[in-house]
Design a protein around this ligand. Structure first.
Ligand code: XMP
Length: 315
């Protein structure tokens, strides 16, 4: 990317050229899709309709955050409630690639019907370079099917418009700042949401557990950053593992699941290093997670693995 302003001008022109009439815009509240939505709005005005899908797989506070983002940017974002569709599609699925495939397909089917209602076949997405490079689009074997790439079935009548497809994450951040998108430093969140942070079966109960654990990790890490005791990581989150271990509270023996805490630094997500936070931070997270999720989580682990050989997400 040369500079954000000339990228913006070129992208607006390209969107106009690729969208003869109207387009739906898939937004997730993340910086990639928000930047794409802002560019589409600039290019098309009311001929662009931005949708945010409530999959039931979102983090705590996310819908409120998207509403606030929309009003800050004066970007109308419609929220579509679709949790039953996603949990239905994931029933009995434990394989990470299958989860991603089914979520991607559910998104596409939902967007197909919304597009038909809006009278278009164009879908603007915030796909960026690492998404398709890691999805086997070029050069590399398939590592993970990123839902916004792998989930588009060949028979779909939707035609994708991807204004950011040549950008890397640090470039998108510069662009987002330039476009006035707040919190451009906010951490990325995968499209398949908590489904890939709940290793094993995806049930409403397990997702709720992962959501609470994730909120605790987020609160504690942010307090640590605010106190100047931790440089801002690239990402920090909790993963619920399908591993049971024995715990004890008072006289009760509990056979609960385990939560893994991940705190990594990275420049562009292609590689990442597990950070070494203060032991006090990890102890406090462990204490809160096991107390606030008493009866469900009996063990908290810290993931010290770099990428490679691991990936940032577990699935
Ligand atoms: P991995 O786990 O492959 O993740 O090291 C690299 C970065 O990408 C994010 N990620 C995703 N982003 N759709 C996205 O838009 C996805 O399906 C997806 N999966 C992973 C991940 O959080 C990390 O920042």
């Amino acid at each position: 990317m040369k500079d954000p302003e000339s990228f913006r001008r070129d992208a607006v022109e390209r969107i106009r050229a690729e969208v003869p009439e109207r387009a739906l815009v898939a937004t997730s509240g993340g910086i990639d899709s928000t930047a794409a939505a802002v560019l589409a709005r600039e290019a098309l005005g009311d001929r662009a309709r931005s949708l945010f899908v409530d999959t039931g797989l979102l983090r705590a506070g996310e819908i409120e955050g998207v509403r606030a983002l929309g009003s800050t940017l004066r970007l109308p974002i419609e929220i579509v409630s679709a949790a039953p569709r996603f949990f239905g599609a994931l029933e009995g699925v434990t394989d990470p690639e299958e989860k991603r495939r089914r979520i991607g397909e559910s998104f596409i089917r939902l967007f197909e019907s919304e597009a038909e209602r809006f009278g278009t076949d164009r879908l603007v997405q915030g796909t960026i370079a690492p998404d398709w490079i890691e999805s086997g689009g070029q050069l590399r074997d398939t590592i993970k099917t990123h839902h916004n790439v792998g989930g588009v079935p060949k028979d779909s009548r939707l035609r994708l418009v991807e204004p950011l497809r040549d950008l890397y994450k640090d470039e998108v951040r510069a662009l987002a700042t330039h476009l006035g998108i707040p919190n451009a430093e906010r951490q990325p969140f995968p499209g398949p949401g908590l489904a890939v942070r709940v290793a094993g079966p995806v049930t409403t109960d397990r997702v709720a557990t992962a959501r609470t654990a994730d909120r605790i990790v987020t609160e504690e890490v942010e307090a640590e950053i605010a106190a100047g005791r931790l440089p801002r990581p690239w990402q920090y989150f909790a993963v619920l593992l399908p591993v049971r271990s024995v715990g004890v509270t008072g006289d009760n023996r509990i056979f609960g699941e385990a939560v893994s805490v991940r705190i990594v630094e990275s420049i562009d997500a292609m590689t990442a290093t597990a950070m070494a936070p203060r032991p006090e931070l990890l102890r406090r997270i462990a204490e809160r997670v096991t107390r606030e999720l008493s009866g469900k989580v009996t063990r908290v682990l810290y993931d010290v693995t770099d990428k490679p050989p691991a990936t940032i997400e577990w699935e």
